[in-house]
Design a protein around this ligand. Structure first.
Ligand code: MOS
Length: 726
């Protein structure tokens, strides 16, 4: 189904199932511990052996000598895989460095070996007996240093986006800001580690894994193993968190496949927790310079945002300036990213890549400007709202309720009680402050397919390679099929995460909910036509409700219409150029109250509120959970999360959940989420957009701004730890 004109009224608009708060249909599987996660698939294939990976002990250089004999002779060992025995491997474009290193080493903990043994303990013990000597080859690991070395040289720049005359307008502006903000390297720290069971049958390979993007994984696995994609099957029905860390083929999948080939047995591999931070991808650190010039009336005249980040040779910059192109008005603009070569592990997408880091900087800068202008921070943002793309004024936003988010949030949060002057409010030993920030994240459209089947019991089965990374995909897909076919949720079966199913949008970039349900919508439209044909009625006149198909004065049970052999349909949603005609984005506002201990500078978040405008909310219950989770992640980003780089070795030192701090329940206070009424007819027939990443965007800055309001101290270097407040 081609979607290239704005959506009109359709069966989804009935909202009998869609839009209703609905508990996860997969909830019982999870709460009873029976949801089949990759590493625990004892049921799928017999005779599984265990693989234990070895990561490189240097950040850059080469293997000088490698000896595996002792490991091979260790008890229970079935095989040892290294670059010498792995055979020729390709490298997928989506991987910045080979997933199996050697002799060249591209980054710390790049996999260099896998030991396969009868038991996990035997594999782990034998892995200690692999002897490797390295020649360390220098390497660049320090972003601040790399930025200095780069100077203003053009070779590191992506093309700047410029409008008007930034330099002239900034120089002439009455009120100015020119500040630099830094965000650290961050790790996804999902609960379930990357894990895979691989089994070969002749030249066909099946992997049971934990991956957000099934088709990317299948494509890249085939490319890496230099085998036809049709011979690869990727199965990933349950994922214990991803946050972008499982968007790509990673070492567990490749190593399990190679180990299984070498051992002649199915092999399971989980990346050990202490290896994940360095072996996989992370959100790269940024240095962001922001300049804003405004008139005394508070109108922005000039805005510039430049972001420096580092990556491996084939890696990309963190797109931390994207939101600055679209969020506020201003006639003279300059935005761009600069990329330093660093030999740290690959930097790549982590929840709301680009905007999450970018807003941590931009929304402190906006707070600082408001302070200089003596305008309330909420009013300053409202004053600079735009209803059109500020770079291309002929292009409107499909929907933009930023102002409504800000006003609703201010009202609900009691913003009027905030002291404009910092350091004035106390509650016993606590200095109290309020802060806020705007939230922004784009809405991306991408093709998504599904297959639906109606059987003689009237059960609708949906199959698509869409994944559920804890987000609630199973439930919103079931709601979509139920709404479209006019049946209850108990009559819908959803099967996800298998490369033998039609290719969906997958889970990434908060595009999963809208696109994957729109693909199911398309397949259901085709199935409704098939049902109507069978009954000899016009599908436009047929009404699907209450398990019946009604047309004129006929009313036939859906089960009966399916016939003995059932009916099935497959279709995809495909997008025309609607996204070019109007900018599709999601908006929100975050409000936070913090307490800062006057003696120790300990920061405690006391209250949080998010107001979101993100198209139709398909399931208010799971959408709220997404935003609550994202706000929690924002607390981590603001106050705790930081991969500590050893600049001598390029090693993330705090590479486990003891050293890499994320918020726990005791850190999370009262959180409220409000969704504004919105439907976006430009986004899809579902009229929905993404919300899972929006909830994170801006949270960090709202907390930093609240800390400033409490203490008068402006911290521009995340995380806002107490040493920066004393
Ligand atoms: Mo998201 S960082 O695209 O999983």
């Amino acid at each position: 189904m081609k979607f290239d004109t704005p959506a009109t009224t359709n069966p989804i608009d009935r909202l009998t199932v869609i839009g209703k708060p609905t508990s996860r249909i997969d909830g019982p599987l999870k709460t009873t511990g029976t949801a089949p996660y990759a590493y625990e698939r004892h049921d799928v294939v017999a005779d599984q052996a265990y693989g234990y990976p070895v990561g490189a002990g240097i950040g850059k250089g080469r293997i000088a000598s490698l000896s595996v004999e002792e490991a091979e002779a260790a008890p229970g060992v079935l095989a040892v895989v290294t670059h010498r025995t792995a055979g020729k491997l390709g490298k997928a474009e989506r991987n910045a460095a080979p997933l199996l290193g050697g002799p060249e080493i591209d980054h710390y903990h790049q996999a260099v070996a896998l030991v396969v043994a009868e038991s996990f303990e035997q594999a782990r013990a034998a892995a200690q007996r692999i002897r490797i000597e390295y020649e360390s080859g220098g390497g660049a690991f320090d972003l601040a240093h790399a930025r200095e070395a780069m100077g203003d040289s053009a070779e590191h720049k992506t093309e700047d986006s410029t409008v008007g005359d930034f330099a002239g307008a900034f120089a002439a502006a009455a009120v100015k800001l020119d500040e630099t903000y830094t965000t650290p390297d961050q790790s996804h720290a999902m609960m379930e580690p990357h894990a895979t069971i691989a089994a070969w049958k002749g030249d066909r390979l099946t992997v049971w894994t934990s991956n957000q993007m099934i088709d990317w994984a299948a494509t890249d696995l085939a490319e890496t193993l230099e085998m036809p994609k049709e011979k690869v099957r990727v199965i990933s029905p349950f994922i214990g968190g991803g946050f972008g860390g499982k968007l790509f083929l990673r070492a567990d999948i490749l190593l399990a496949a190679l180990g299984a080939r070498a051992a002649g047995r199915p092999v399971k591999v989980a990346l050990p927790r202490p290896m994940i931070a360095n072996n996989t991808t992370h959100r790269p650190a940024t240095i962001q310079r922001i300049r804003i010039g405004a008139g005394r009336d508070g109108k922005i005249l000039a805005i510039a945002h430049e972001s420096w980040s580092g990556n491996l040779e084939d890696g990309k910059p963190e797109t931390a300036t994207d939101q600055t192109r679209l969020l506020y008005a201003g006639a003279n603009r300059l935005t761009g990213t600069r990329l330093a070569h660093l030999d740290l592990p690959e930097g790549n997408a982590m929840r709301a890549p680009g905007e999450a880091s970018g807003l941590m900087a931009l929304e402190i800068a906006m707070d600082e400007m408001a302070e200089r202008l003596k305008i309330d921070p909420v009013e300053f943002r409202i004053l600079n709202d735009t209803q059109v793309d500020p770079e291309k004024p002929e292009r409107p936003f499909s929907q933009r309720q930023l102002v409504q988010c800000l006003r609703t949030g201010a009202e609900r949060f009691g913003w009027s009680k905030r002291s404009g002057e910092p350091g004035r409010v106390r509650d016993g030993r606590w200095l109290i402050g309020m802060g806020m920030a705007a939230a922004f994240r784009n809405n991306l459209l991408t093709k998504s397919a599904a297959r639906v089947r109606l059987d003689r019991r009237g059960v609708v089965t949906v199959e698509t390679d869409m994944t559920d990374i804890g987000t609630g995909s199973y439930t919103i897909i079931a709601q979509t099929a139920a709404e479209m076919m006019g049946v209850g949720l108990d009559k819908v079966l959803v099967r996800l995460g298998d490369s033998s199913f039609p290719v969906s949008a997958g889970s990434g970039g908060q595009w999963g909910a809208n696109n994957s349900t729109a693909g199911v919508y398309a397949a259901c439209v085709t199935l409704r036509e098939a049902v109507a044909r069978t009954l000899g009625v016009n599908s436009a006149d047929a009404e699907f409700a209450d398990g019946l198909v009604r047309s004129g004065n006929r009313s036939v049970p859906l089960a009966q219409a399916a016939g003995e052999s059932g009916l099935s349909a497959e279709d995809a949603i495909e997008y025309g150029d609607l996204a070019k005609k109007a900018q599709q984005s999601t908006f929100g506002a975050h409000f936070v109250e913090v307490g800062v201990d006057a003696a120790t500078a300990e920061v405690r978040v006391r209250r949080m509120l998010a107001v979101c405008a993100a198209g139709r909310i398909l399931n208010p219950l799971s959408a709220r959970s997404q935003v609550i989770g994202a706000m929690t992640m924002g607390v981590g980003a603001a106050l705790m999360e930081e991969l500590a780089v050893d600049p001598r070795t390029g090693f993330f030192v705090n590479h486990d959940l003891a050293g890499y701090e994320v918020p726990v329940h005791a850190d999370i206070p009262q959180q409220e989420v409000v969704f504004l009424d919105e439907t976006d007819p430009m986004s899809s027939p579902m009229k929905a957009k993404g919300v899972g990443e929006l909830g994170l965007c801006g949270v960090g800055a709202a907390i930093a701004n609240a800390v400033h309001n409490a203490t008068g101290i402006r911290v521009r270097d995340y995380p806002v730890t107490l040493d920066k407040l004393i």
